[in-house]
Structures are given as C-alpha cells and as structure tokens.
Design a protein around this ligand. Sequence first.
Ligand SMILES: [Zn+2]
Length: 237
Amino acid sequence: MNTTQVTAALYQLQQLDLEIDRLAAEKQSVANSLQGSPTLRRLRTEHKTAQQQQVAGEQSQKEAEWTLDEYNQRLAAQERRLYSGSIVNAKELQALQQETQTLRAQQSRQEERLLEVIDIVEALTEATRHKEVALKEADEQWKQEYVVLQARQSQIEGQWQELQTKRQEITADLDATLLKRYDTMRRSMQGRAVSKVEQNSCQWCRVILTPSEMQQVRISVKLQTCSNCGRILYYER
Ligand SMILES: [Zn+2]
C-alpha cells in the first residue's frame, strides 16, 4: 500500500467508524427504551393512587351510612316510645321530646355529611376511570412501540455485524501502529482523525494549505497532517 491508498483506507475506516458510533448510540437508546415506558410507569402509579383514594372514599361513605342508620334506628325507637302512650310523666315526656329533637338534628346533619361524601366518592370514581382509560391507551401504545423497538433492535444487530465485518476487512490491510495512532486521534478529536483536502483546504478546520503543503499532500510520500488541527490529510484522487 502506498501512502495515498493508506489515507484512502483510513478515511474509509473513519466513515465506517462514524456509522458504527451512530449505530452504537442508537443501540443504547433502543436498549434503554426497551426497559419500559416512563409514561406508562407514571400512569400506573397515578392509577393506583386514584384507586386507593377511591377505596378510602368508599370506606368513608360506608361509615357515614352506618352512622346514619344508627341515628335512624335510635330515632325510630325514641319515637315509638314517645307515641306509645306509655309515658305519662310530663317531665319524662319533655325530656324524651328534647332528646328526640337533638337526635333529629344529628340525623339531619349526618344526612348532609353523607351526601357530601357521596359527591366526593363520585368524583374519585370518575378520576379513577379517567386514569384507567389513559393507562389502557398508554399500555396499547407501549405494546406497539415495543414490537417496533424489538424489530429495530434485531435490525441494528444485523447492521452491527455487517459493519464489524467491513471494519475487519479494512483494518486487516493497515499497519497496527498506524491503527493505534488513528484510534487515539479519533478519541481526542471528536471522532475525526482524518480530514479531506478540498479546494486547497482542510475540510475539518478550513485552514488553507500552503502551496508546498498542497504539493506534499499531492505527491503523498508520507502521511501529512493539518498544520492547524493536526488531523491526517486525505487527498482524494
Ligand atoms: Zn485541519
């Protein structure tokens, strides 16, 4: 291999490596996405919370109903006593009437309380239903996304193998020391160790090459680097 062929191979390798980098990033992103949908996780939590609030509301409603029942029963008993005619003592009768009145007021307040609780439970039930619908939709959407992601994952795997094979083919002909230099440069130079020379300038940093530098690049006896950015110069013929 002459220097021109070497720089051409390095440039080709770089194009391939950039593609591999892009694919690696996508591979990682797909793997992350396959871990689960954050939206779905959030909706699950929200649905669960709504359910718990609904259950707590229903419990309060039951308790309010029991309390009201108790008032109703006590009131019915009082009234039975009151109208049975068994109480003849005026003082006792007055006391019983007073008690009945108090109990009626309590019963009425409890009825109001129960209505309020029923309203709250209705709102909570509606909220749970909304969350359930949102959750179902998100779940459906996630299932579809998952299929697409899995398909993409196996596609990436195939492309990955292909690129690795191509890479091996290119690197097999290149000198190990040069490859090491290329890899090191790529790491410290934003993935670009090689820069094309176009219109007498380094394509990466746009510095214009001097006539003698252009001459060197053209005759290509040994590897030339850009005097400004330090990248290996590749002159396409
Ligand atoms: Zn440069």
